[in-house]
Ligand binder design. Structure first.
Ligand code: GLU
Length: 489
């Protein structure tokens, strides 16, 4: 019988939650869900200088936002806790002693000076910079006696002779010569353990069956395999996810250069989390060559590690916009209203507790723009004109306004006619406007562009008679007159 699946997402809280991290969390979550397994969050917070509480919160909030709260973790607790590495030091120290007694590590007494001289020699000789294994030659009893006598030491990985084979679930068999694996420091002077050791101790003690993480950890994995072997522990299965590449083929997605590397960026823009999750799921994985839109349950049912690609996955933001627009179009209007309102409030376009008139406008705007929206923040750009006190004109709209020498007269006369028209039905209003233009010997096109410009300050937007209805009669009349005054005549 195979043991139940236990997987983990193990971020280091040193900054924001990376979109690649969110993908790692999602893939782990999916693997757990499809097998009735457990998905764990472990904070790898041993680097006290770089960890921040803000980053810890960002991780919790980010995972919650996309619906990936763990089954076990620092907030949830669980049988294998604590789930922060900073709270697991006692375990690490006792296991490090065991690793030493099993010969998986050896004490190293090399001084900083010795190590930097060694590095300089290697640079000069143009060979790989790597610990030269000086202290490995010290007889074990001598080394232990020096440790006992109080000489400062670190513990280094005792890489055995031979080769190490990693049967990776995505990359297939990866074989490495052990002479290419460095005897890295696993325990620092003073007893603090480093990532590569803590991760093995934790994965083993938390019963992790599958380690699914970014490809950037591939070289670490070989060191970690040596530790499993030295401890006599069963190795978990490994799957290394492809890199995430920058949007415009500029290489690797970098935290510093690309704001869209941060999950928060998408949250601030107001992408619906279910759309974002769908898009993230397709970063390096596909169900077949055509299916794009999938609910979370469909992802759970369909996901398979075998269909993850080896090559890097480009962050395709156009695809996200398309996908998100599709999700938004299928949402109930009430949700659109609820989602856009905070953005309108934040932009100062409506009051913090909108009044009846504002509520009505928000509803009308939501209905008119639902088909165009890609993310909620876009509403400010698309519909700012509805709420603005004075119309601000785009250059193209201003040109449309002045296209005919008699534009001001047309706008004024139209305003006067509009003031006494039935207003509720956009179709009836359009019929009236067409007739109105015809009576004056004008084409419909002669009036549409200046009227749209006068009402919205834009050259494009929702249907012109939806615009009328969104604004209401009084605002339409006032804006038409203001525009007529602006162009003079
Ligand atoms: N803490 C590591 C990181 O944030 C992940 C380690 C792992 O998944 O093994 O990159």
């Amino acid at each position: 019988m195979t043991s139940p699946v236990r997987v983990r997402f193990a971020p280091s809280p040193t900054g924001y939650l990376h979109v690649g991290g969110a993908r790692t969390a999602l893939f782990n979550f999916l693997v757990a869900r499809q097998s009735g397994g457990t998905y764990i969050l472990r904070l790898e917070d041993t680097d006290t200088e770089r960890n921040t509480d803000a980053s810890v919160r960002t991780i919790y909030e980010g995972l919650r936002w996309i619906g990936l709260d763990p089954d076990e973790g620092p907030e949830q607790g669980g049988p294998k806790g604590p789930y922060r590495q900073s709270e697991r030091d006692a375990l690490y120290r006792s296991l490090a002693d065991e690793l030493l007694s099993r010969g998986g590590v050896y004490p190293c007494f090399c001084t900083k000076e010795h190590l930097s001289a060694m590095r300089e020699r290697q640079i000069a000789a143009r060979v790989t910079q790597r610990y030269d294994r000086t202290c490995r030659a010290i007889p074990r009893d001598d080394a232990l006696a020096r440790v006992k006598a109080g000489e400062p030491y670190t513990l280094r990985l005792n890489v055995p002779e031979g080769e190490t084979l990693l049967p990776d679930l995505i990359r297939g068999d990866v074989l490495v010569k052990n002479e290419d694996i460095e005897d890295i420091i696993l325990v620092r002077t003073g007893g603090a353990v480093v990532y590569n050791l803590a991760v093995v101790f934790d994965d083993h003690h938390m019963g992790v069956t599958h380690v699914i993480r970014g490809e950037d950890h591939l070289t670490n994995t070989f060191k970690q395999l040596c530790i499993y072997d030295a401890m006599g522990w069963e190795r978990p299965k490994f799957a290394h996810l492809p890199l995430i590449l920058a949007p415009a083929g500029e290489g690797k997605l970098s935290k510093r250069k690309h704001p869209e590397a941060a999950l928060e960026w998408y949250q601030k823009k107001g992408y619906p989390p279910e759309a974002l999750l769908n898009w993230i799921c397709l970063l390096g994985w596909s169900y077949d060559d055509k299916t794009e839109i999938m609910t979370r349950d469909e992802m759970i049912a369909r996901f398979s590690i075998e269909r993850i690609v080896k090559s890097g996955a480009r962050l395709n933001l156009e695809k996200l916009d398309w996908m998100s627009g599709d999700y938004i179009r299928r949402m109930p209007l009430e949700r659109v209203i609820a989602e856009i309102t905070p953005y309108l409030v934040e932009a100062g376009l409506v009051s913090a507790s909108p009044n009846a008139d504002e509520i009505e406008k928000i509803r009308a705007v939501a209905a008119a723009e639902q088909g165009r929206l890609r993310c909620w923040s876009q509403i400010v750009e698309l519909a700012g004109w509805v709420f603005a006190k004075d119309v601000a004109f785009e250059a193209k709209a201003e040109a449309n306004l002045k296209k005919r020498p008699d534009s001001a007269d047309i706008l004024r006369a139209y305003a006067a006619g509009l003031a006494v028209q039935a207003f509720d039905d956009p179709k009836a209003l359009e019929a009236w406007a067409r007739a109105w233009a015809g009576e004056r010997g004008l084409g419909f096109g002669d009036i549409v562009h200046p009227i749209r410009a006068a009402l919205t300050g834009r050259a494009q937007g929702p249907g012109l008679f939806d615009v009328h209805r969104i604004l209401g009669r009084a605002a339409c009349v006032a804006r038409l007159e203001a525009a007529a005054a602006k162009i003079g005549g």
